[in-house]
Design a protein around this ligand. Structure first.
Ligand code: KIV
Ligand code: NA
Length: 269
């Protein structure tokens, strides 16, 4: 298996649809790796693994820890790490310091940050310093303090025009791909069709070059709320519930552990 690079990733745009999922841990990364072109260490980790109300609780050490874990489980996929809220917006220099630290300490392939035209100078500085950057436009979870504040974007002509301008701005400063989240059709379709770098949709258009979901949503593990854009391709939550209730029953009735799970002196085997 050959390792995905930014160049082989962007070349997929003209070949086939691009498959992306989130990953936060080594074991999950190693399951997903051969099936995905890109694994995103998303700041959604704050909500999905830590039970926080928003992605704003993610910080630099959290992202580095999980990126390191995902790198240990990944041989093929391109690994992209979210810059957490508050770690890059203040200035291009802040963005460079954070991105450099996360890239160096995790060994990941690229970073992603949320926002459009206002981040042009930030992204430009990162790209000039050799850091591959993925953009993220539309619904920006870092700007909302809870999932109930998520709002689908592009509903007015003004908003649609701004989203289009965001896409152009990101492409002009050299992002290698753009996540498009929660954008109303056909605005999402128009932006995806017009974009020269790979577009990865989540609650956006089938016209996007690829799709991404939060793995825990997709496998039916995280079901605190199920966004419209999620399809549960699996139902792990009931499977885990079944296992744990069987374990409970076996501990209480004494059938676990069995002799085969215990350590016996040779003479008593
Ligand atoms: O953090 C995340 O999981 C994301 C994806 C949903 C695109 O940014
Ligand atoms: Na994110």
């Amino acid at each position: 298996p050959t390792k995905m690079t930014v160049d082989t990733f962007t070349a997929l745009k003209s070949e086939r649809k691009i498959v992306c999922l989130t990953a936060y841990s080594a074991p999950m990364a190693s399951i997903l790796d051969s099936h995905c072109d890109l694994l995103l260490v998303g700041d959604s980790v704050a909500m999905v693994l830590y039970g926080m109300d928003s992605t704003q609780g993610a910080d630099i050490p959290m992202m580095i820890r999980h990126a390191q874990a995902v790198m240990r489980g990944t041989k093929q996929a391109l690994v992209v790490v979210d810059l957490p809220a508050g770690s890059y917006e203040t200035s291009p220099e802040q963005a460079l310091t954070t991105a450099t630290q996360i890239m160096q300490e995790s060994g990941a392939d690229a970073i992603k940050l949320e926002g459009g035209a206002s981040l042009k100078p930030h992204i430009k500085l990162l790209v000039e310093n050799g850091i591959p950057v993925m953009g993220h436009i539309g619904l920006l979870p870092q700007k909302a303090s809870s999932a109930s504040m998520y709002r689908i974007t592009g509903k007015t002509a003004d908003e649609a025009a701004l989203l289009h301008a965001d896409m152009i701005a990101l492409v002009n400063v050299g992002v290698f791909g753009i996540v498009m989240e929660g954008i109303i059709e056909p605005v999402a379709k128009d932006i995806a069709v017009a974009c020269s770098v790979p577009t990865i949709g989540i609650g956006a258009s089938t016209a996007c070059d690829g799709q991404i979901l939060v793995t825990d949503d997709m496998v039916g593990l995280f079901d605190k709320f199920i966004p419209t854009f999620v399809r549960q391709f699996g139902q792990l939550n009931p499977a885990i519930t079944e296992s744990v209730s069987a374990y409970r029953a076996a501990v209480i009735d004494g059938s676990f552990p069995g002799n085969e799970h215990l350590f016996w002196p040779k003479s008593e085997k």
